[in-house]
Design a protein around this ligand. Structure first.
Ligand code: GDP
Ligand code: GDP
Length: 458
């Protein structure tokens, strides 16, 4: 156990649902374990390779008497005191309610380390509250759906540094290096700070060459013989420098190879891929040059886009292709036709077997990651918006001209923008696409999903 996470928030926002997802349904159902209080449930949480303690403060809704407020406050305070970090959950469909402010207040007073989560974030209904959530002053909200498992990659991103700090602290607390207290600070200063590894997932249909590629990158047969503990229901990851760049690579090959026995290969490999996608920053969709853009490839590429991941398409087994020029033209044409939502994403040809093209693949991954993290200043955006509006004014449905007043970037990973607009519901999708494509081209953002939200500003 590296750290303790408490899930807090008003009743019905989805705390138990997230608890169950992190702990695993079976465990969570056992609610009369000794040592577990009626109010606070505790379990061993898992997210990718992280292990931690989770506390759920969801016992609240059973209290219907007028002491609810007081109990709620005490329970939350207790959970906060037990935890290293609190996940404060709001319901993105309901927006920020006065009851949420009460919790925000407790967390601020207790000086808690807070992760703000806007749950039930699937679907458009949640867009507006994501913005509202910023106003709580607790930092950038993670949009998630505990029920559908969305946003788990973002949660992993914020939990990982906490876990790493927890591990450092545990090491610092160990008696053997605690002998000379006077030198602690100096020792700490000497610990090199490692750059956060770039998280990639390699996905694609069976036999595309995923294992071969990853083995080539990590330079040994580690995946196939990988630690048994990793071969579980979660995505398997290896951390490895790739030509000097720290990377964490998520793969499901080990699991898939195990699953072969169960004859559910096709089905499993898709859902494995889905899981790996959720943990990744950059998704490498690996195609087999002999059968590129199969249905399965398209599904997973589309999922990666919808999950907001940066995407790089790699065509493998390039060594066996004879007419490379013609094939490349064909591939580009199919790419544009079959995956218009990934317009501009890099297409790289590689041979996992010989290692040819892997340097270009690495560059494409790093570039996609950069773009995914890109932040554009509000001044530049508004100058740009003015130009776009002049060039091609928004429509005037029923004589009502849609006015767009102001634009700002609210998020990176992937880049998300908000435009203050009159009559946002009347805005045709085609005009939104015009703006998104414009952003992509004018600010040079290939290979990343771009989100554009319209916010009603009369
Ligand atoms: P708690 O009282 O905060 O522990 O909330 P629960 O976990 O019991 O969830 C309350 C209700 O919200 C349940 O009906 C859940 O099924 C539902 N719910 C939880 N997470 C989500 C989600 O991500 N999306 C949607 N649409 N509903 C959710
Ligand atoms: P996975 O199922 O996606 O993990 O695919 P594997 O890595 O197991 O590879 C499937 C088959 O394709 C194996 O027989 C590999 O030797 C072969 N293969 C993988 N990469 C290449 C490549 O770049 N060129 C050629 N010619 N064969 C490859």
């Amino acid at each position: 156990m590296t750290f303790t996470l408490a899930i807090v928030g008003r009743p019905n926002v989805g705390k138990s649902t997230l608890f169950n997802r992190l702990v695993g349904r079976k465990l969570a159902l056992v609610d009369d374990q000794p040592g577990v209080t009626r109010d606070l449930r505790e379990g061993e949480g898992r997210l990718a390779d992280l292990r931690f303690t989770v506390i759920d403060s969801a016992g609240l809704e059973e209290a219907t008497d007028d002491s609810l407020q007081g109990r709620m406050r005490r329970l939350t305070e207790r959970a906060v005191e037990m935890a290293d970090v609190c996940l404060f959950m709001i319901d993105a469909r309901a927006g920020v309610l006065p009851a949420d402010e009460v919790f925000a207040d407790i967390l601020r007073k207790k000086n808690a380390n807070v992760i703000l989560a806007a749950n039930k974030g699937e679907g458009k209904a949640a867009d507006a509250s994501i913005l509202e959530a910023y106003a709580l002053g607790l930092g950038e909200p993670i949009r998630m759906s505990a029920e559908h498992g969305e946003g788990m990659g973002e949660l992993l991103d914020v939990l990982r540094p906490i876990a790493e700090k927890g591990a450092e602290r545990a090491a610092a607390d160990a008696p053997e290096i605690d002998v000379d207290v006077g030198e602690d600070d100096e020792d700490a200063a000497r610990i090199p700070t490692r750059a956060k590894p770039l998280q990639i997932a390699v996905v694609g249909r069976p036999n595309a060459g995923k294992s071969t590629l990853i083995n080539k990158i990590i330079g040994e047969e580690r995946l196939l013989t990988g630690p048994e503990a990793g071969i579980t229901r979660d995505a398997i990851s290896v951390q490895q420098d790739w030509d000097g760049v720290p990377m964490r690579i998520f793969d499901t090959a080990g699991m898939r190879k195990k699953a072969k026995v169960q004859e559910k290969l096709e089905k499993l490999s898709v859902s494995d891929g889905l899981r790996a996608v959720k943990f990744a920053e950059v998704v490498v969709v690996l195609l087999d040059v002999e059968i590129p853009f199969e249905q399965q490839d398209l599904r997973i590429a589309d999922l990666a886009e919808r999950e907001g991941r940066a995407v790089v398409v790699a065509v493998n087994k390039w060594d066996i292709e004879d007419d490379k020029q013609v094939k490349l033209r064909e591939l580009r044409e199919s790419f544009e036709r079959l995956l218009p939502q990934l317009r501009g994403a890099p297409l790289v040809t590689v041979s996992a077997k010989t290692g040819k093209g892997l340097d270009r693949l690495q560059q494409a991954i790093m570039r996609a990651h950069d773009v995914w993290n890109r932040r554009i200043s509000t001044a530049n955006l508004n100058r740009w918006l003015t130009g776009m509006l002049e060039q091609h004014p928004p429509p005037a449905p029923g004589g009502k001209r849609i006015k767009m007043r102001y634009m700002t970037q609210v998020k990176t990973r992937p880049p998300a923008f908000v435009v203050m607009t009159s009559h946002p519901d009347m805005m045709p999708e085609s005009y939104k696409r015009y703006l998104i494509n414009g952003l992509r081209v004018d600010f040079d953002m290939p290979g990343t999903p771009i989100r554009l939200y319209l916010r009603d500003q009369g």
